[in-house]
Ligand binder design. Sequence first.
Ligand code: ADP
Ligand code: GLC
Length: 510
Amino acid sequence: MDRQMGGPPRLRVLFVSSEAFPLAKTGGLADVCSALPATLAGLGVDIRIMIPGYPGALDALRRKQIVEKYNDAASGRDCSLIAGHMPDSGLPVLLLDCPGLFRRDGGLYQDSGGVDWRDNHRRFAALCAAAARVALGHTRLAWRPDIVHGNDWHTGPLSALLRQSGAARPKTVLTIHNLAFQGIFPLDVFPDLGLAAEALSPEGMEFYGQLSFLKAGIRYSDRLTTVSPNYAREILTPELGCGLESLLRRRGSDLVGILNGVNYEVWCPSRDAELPWRYTPDELSGKVACKAALQQEMGLPVEPTAPLMIYVNRLTHQKMADVLLQAIPAAVSTGAQIIVHGAGERAYEDAFSELARQHPKQVRARIGYHEALAHRMHAGADIALTPSRFEPCGLTTMYAMRYGALPVTRRVGGLADTVRDADAETQGAQDGTGFVFDAASVDELASCMRRAVDRYGNEAVWQKLQRRAMKRDFGWERSARRYLSLYDELMANEPAASSSEHRLDLSSAA
Ligand code: ADP
Ligand code: GLC
């Protein structure tokens, strides 16, 4: 820890991820990887975010400085470590600039045709190697972290690299944002990862005849977290453990579920710069105006009393896009308007576009990914459709509640932790903020959508629910404090791990 003159020691954390808003984003991971570090910084942590130097991130980074240039041994590529600051929060950032790996047109993980980059293992192994250099003090930075906090499969090998370094090393935390994405690669790429041979076994990162980056992270990190308490329980089961449930159960005492928060600097209708009108729970007339503006923007009839549903999502099996496609005709017959905005599997994109053609007065499909449109849609909507087969946390659902768009959602993962059913109120509870169903079936989703439409018909009841949903506090501070306790606990534990630890017997945690 860094002892400041007269002040308390500041914990230093290197927060490593594949994306962080607003530098690079494909989903909720990016939102968390900027908002959580910003909140931790506000709590006194000396934290630096590290992500790859994608072209957009290099452009947006403020006050850039090259720390050093070096050659990445595993990939043979020329790299630069670039220091700078977030354009919005001003938080310190490190970018791994490796033109051969990250400066390309297309997506963060896929080319513009939606095919995974063939060298993803090299790309994220290089990120891990760069983070390990910083973590072990092998750079020209006059800064070394006490804790390295990785996120998702992209950072899995990092904790293995640190363990195998043979040096005193920082403590490691891995947050699992989605167990379904594991970073699986063929065994023969192992030499590209720069890891010692012991990791190439079922006790290491071998996974059913392949390599799993995520397994490496689960296997070798000191502590594991995931993004809601309910998902932390679900991933211990064969249904949702994605084949890693036994390993996770063995590591159970090191695993904790901490609910994500919402960055209300970015997601708050009373100060959202993306909206045509602003509003608060006590003054909803701006929301009525946002709805009319959205209907107009989409070329839908401007009908104030038609229930307006949105689906802003990755168009994938996880998000039940297939089930929603079949449930929409029933919702259309209730008089609802439905706007779909998302990108994902080509077949779903085409099918939503076709449905919109079939129902020109009620359904719209905007295929693509537009941050500002997502904000306008939450503000204009009455109902947000957020069904999922599994959902580690589900930020969109929390954003929707803040904007007074009541969720229709499934009782799974973090969604079960964040939404209470409005109809449960008839059984005495007074905490309903949405509409919840259980089975991932067309019938259950369609009937839940109908329940929402029925409730919408009673304006007084609806506004009461809206106000309650808007006032639910999912701010980051409480959750960030839990991460801080976890860091403190780790620091209070044994002294920094020593060079002998890579010889520890790890077989009990395979
Ligand atoms: P996940 O990370 O699994 O996709 P979350 O609900 O946690 O789910 O986070 C999704 C994030 O991605 C939210 O910030 C949401 O607004 C954003 N998002 C999803 N699809 C789109 C889209 N088509 N355009 C803009 N933002 C989107
Ligand atoms: C993942 C999950 C989502 C979660 C997000 C941020 O993308 O699918 O549920 O909210 O990460 O943790």
